[in-house]
Ligand binder design. Structure first.
Ligand code: NAD
Length: 417
């Protein structure tokens, strides 16, 4: 039977599995699984040539039991409702494991943003907020950047929100540029968090980070920062990287500064001089000590999991490993740090940004990074300890912590009306 690659169905499968392990009440499980609110909108956007194109847009609030919804907005040609529903659910579990007072949400637009001009991208971003205005707000649902969205896009979005609502509440969005109320350390936060999670996991399994052979798939915001920090701060040897155009491999180590320079200048690393070029599929199967998928969902599946030759797999992307692959990797003894733990650095520093916006008092970068480190170390160790206690893997353990926390709050709050 063909493997199910629907991310929402796979997320539900994971929740059902852990609910069974926890012997959770089935009424509570039903509440945990169903997204609270789903909005689909059509966004008509004036193109530069005078024509109008209509794009489909989504905002899903999975849960606001623990606090306002929180989750990024993705611009990608493959965005669809089930992907956004899955991403919103993962945000619920991620915020609960992180111990921050948020629920889970996510948004997206089905668009290939590389085909838009800067002004078309701005009109699309503003139109998204216009369509979703009643869903958003600093106490309701707070978006942030995700794949193909960034600080500038958050700038257009928060401006649209403030103009429409007649407010100056910048805490309605996070991941903003610094001068618009962003937090120092936010652009690097997800990658920095991945590096901290990797460090805790490596220590617990007795893997030396210094000299560890590292492969990173995806060289965007998360992948590039993860690679940079794991090389420069942990002493890992980066032997493979990839982006949407292909992969580069060098067993003697790639030059991280050159890669970062290329990514900043050309927005791709495809013109790196040196190393061996290979396909995105091949690079994942090269032998290494730490593998970090940092691109999109469903890259490690039942088809290729058997060929993965790593000791530690740290999910920087959301949903890169399917349930079939999870089982194969676990049987092979690969330690897998799940997305809901590994990439929580972004939302943790988004929380710090929101707190700073509320307080109108801004932190130093050192304080942001130190607080992030403390949270990531504490949360990673808690998940590892839970896994040991229940003799299970880190994904199940993370879901156990998250689902128990959210279920407890749903029980206390009750069903109203
Ligand atoms: P991004 O758009 O900055 O980068 C994505 C990268 O993946 C690009 O380098 C792109 O070329 C590459 N890519 C796309 N398809 C690929 C393929 N088939 N093979 C190899 N590389 C491919 O996005 P990002 O913000 O870095 O997000 C990456 C992942 O991390 C996503 O799953 C996202 O949901 C997750 N994430 C992001 C944040 C954040 O703060 N940005 C936080 C948590 C999780």
């Amino acid at each position: 039977m063909a493997e199910n690659l629907n991310p929402f169905e796979n997320m539900i499968k994971q929740v059902d599995k852990v609910a069974g392990m926890l012997k959770m009440d089935k009424n509570l499980v039903a509440c945990l699984k169903a997204p609270k609110k789903t909005v689909i909108a059509s966004l008509p956007v004036k193109m530069d040539d005078g024509s109008v194109q209509v794009f489909e847009a989504y905002r899903v609030l999975h849960s606001d039991a623990m606090g306002p919804g929180k989750g990024g907005v993705r611009f990608h040609q493959n965005v669809n409702l089930d992907e956004v529903k899955a991403l919103s659910g993962w945000m619920t579990w991620k915020c609960a494991i992180a111990g921050i007072p948020y629920g889970g949400a996510k948004g997206g637009v089905t668009v290939d943003p590389t085909k838009l001009s800067e002004s078309e991208l701005e009109r699309l971003s503003r139109r998204y907020v216009y369509a979703m205005i009643e869903e958003l707000g600093h106490e309701k649902d707070i978006p942030a950047p995700d794949v193909n969205t960034n600080g500038q896009i958050m700038g257009w979005m928060v401006d649209t929100y403030c103009q429409l609502k007649g407010t100056s509440q910048r805490g309605s969005f996070t991941g903003k540029p610094i001068n618009l109320g962003g937090s120092l350390g936010r652009p690097e936060a997800t990658g920095r968090g991945v590096r901290f999670a990797a460090e805790v996991a490596a220590k617990n399994m007795g893997l030396e980070m210094k000299g560890a052979r590292l492969i990173v798939q995806g060289f965007g915001n998360v992948g590039s920062i993860t690679a940079k920090l794991m090389v420069k701060e942990c002493g890992c040897k980066l032997i493979g990287v990839s982006d949407v155009f292909g992969a580069i491999y060098d067993e003697n180590g790639l030059d991280i500064d050159k890669l970062l320079e290329l990514a900043a200048k050309e927005r791709t690393i495809k013109n790196y001089v040196g190393g061996k070029k290979m396909s995105n599929e091949e690079i994942l199967e090269k032998e290494c000590d730490i593998l970090v998928p940092a691109a999109l969902e469903n890259v490690i599946t039942g088809k290729n999991a058997n060929n993965i030759k790593t000791k530690l797999l740290v999910e920087a992307a959301n949903g890169p490993t399917t349930p079939d692959a999870d089982k194969i990797l676990s049987d092979k003894g690969v330690v897998l740090v799940p997305d809901v733990l590994a990439n929580a650095g972004g939302v943790i520093v988004s929380y710090f940004e929101w707190v700073q916006n509320m307080d109108h008092y801004y932190w130093t970068e050192e304080k942001v990074n130190n607080e992030l480190r403390e949270k990531m170390f504490h949360n990673a160790q808690a998940v590892i300890d839970m896994a040991k206690k229940h003799k299970t893997d880190l994904r199940n353990a993370g879901y156990m912590i998250a689902m128990e926390r959210v279920a407890d709050v749903i029980k206390i709050r009750g069903i109203f009306p």
